[in-house]
Ligand binder design. Structure first.
Ligand SMILES: *Cc1c(COP(=O)(O)O)cnc(C)c1O
Length: 350
């Protein structure tokens, strides 16, 4: 087996792959790929998946969980449409490419984005601190983990405004206080399941309260909430496998358990980056991501040798994003610490 350090879609537990494969051939006598989304069997899966999200993240009462489509990329637009209030202005913290895209989509929804802080001046290598949030905005939006640059918020921005977060690449990796948020959204394909579904956790009190009239039907979260996430055909297979993965997570220590493992994995890899003179991290130390570890060689002439070492060791997906260069090890929930050990060994052999 290869060691998959890819940024997404990414590794899931082997047991989940096996159960998913079995259900492609036999899900109560049909394939999970052919089953009607309105059948009692699948409705039960959808309900269980929504419940398991609540269990895994301790979602308090007063929130609705939805599995929609379009990825986080559509989430940028959905967030702005649904959260728009009387100002039709929103505060955005710009910490990388995904935040930049969210800002662009706010405009497309008719919401004026106010960039209250940005780390673009240093190629998004840090998280801006101590932001001031203006009074005349409807909500605050940020990206909790910057998948491309390898930075992560270690705190929830303090604000009395409704808070919206794109958690695509760190949801389920550590405990979060959902009660601080009005809307959380995340593409499934990082820590939840296969590509296809997009998770929304929305505070009920915001549903139907947008100041934007004529929100396109599919983009209106109130529509999906009323239909229990079954307004149209949901991404059946992605929801099914996400539920398998949630059950696996809950049976193995839940989010607090996986957080401990994630911290140990990240600590082992960052320790080697800091110890080994052949490597250096690319982000501010205090803002280092637990999920996407970015680093580079201190001497580029060693690239060929290092690439051969990790390739030969069976690692894949380590190439850094084109906007950062170097390497990026995405170490999501399902990546075992033994894969980190393989990578560290390759680094030591250079
Ligand atoms: C992967 C990712 C996205 C893009 O998600 P899609 O589902 O491909 O639209 C957006 N935001 C973050 C933080 C991501 O990691």
């Amino acid at each position: 087996m290869k060691h998959n350090f890819g940024a997404g879609p990414c590794i899931l537990p082997q047991e989940v792959f096996k159960q998913a494969a079995a259900a492609v051939l036999d899900f109560n006598g049909l394939s999970i790929l052919e089953v009607s989304h309105r059948s009692a069997d699948f409705v039960a899966v959808m309900e269980e998946a929504r419940e398991n999200i609540k269990k895994a993240l301790n979602v308090p009462d007063g929130y609705t969980v939805l599995f929609l489509q379009g990825g986080a990329s559509l989430g940028f637009l959905i967030a702005a449409y649904n959260m728009a209030g009387k100002h039709k202005r929103a505060a955005y913290i710009n910490t990388g490419e995904w935040s930049t895209k969210a800002i662009k989509e706010a405009k497309n929804a008719g919401v004026e984005p106010v960039v209250i802080a940005s780390s673009e001046d240093k190629n998004f290598s840090y998280i801006p601190k101590g932001v001031t949030i203006p009074e005349d905005v409807d909500f605050v939006h940020y990206t909790s983990n910057n998948t491309i640059y390898g930075t992560q918020f270690k705190h929830i921005p303090v604000t009395n405004k409704p808070l919206v977060c794109d958690m695509s690449s760190d949801i389920f990796s550590q405990t979060i206080d959902v009660s601080k948020f009005d809307l959380i959204y995340a593409g499934a394909q990082k820590n939840l399941g296969p590509a296809g579904a997009t998770l929304y956790i929305v505070k009920d009190s915001i549903l139907g309260n947008s100041s934007i009239e004529n929100i396109p039907t599919y983009l209106n979260l109130a529509v999906h909430s009323k239909k229990d996430s079954m307004f149209n055909t949901p991404p059946v297979f992605s929801v099914f496998v996400s539920n398998l993965n949630l059950k696996h997570l809950l049976a193995n220590g839940g989010v607090p358990g996986i957080q401990q493992l994630n911290e140990a994995k990240a600590a082992a890899l960052y320790a080697e980056i800091d110890r080994n003179p052949n490597f250096e991290g690319t982000t501010a130390v205090e803002d280092r991501s637990l999920m996407n570890v970015t680093f580079r060689l201190t001497d580029e002439s060693k690239k060929e040798s290092f690439d051969k070492l990790w390739n030969d060791a069976g690692a894949v997906g380590l190439k850094g994003h084109r906007s950062v260069g170097g390497y990026r090890a995405s170490i999501y929930n399902a990546l075992d610490i033994s894969s980190i050990e393989v990578l560290v060994k390759a680094m030591q052999q250079l």
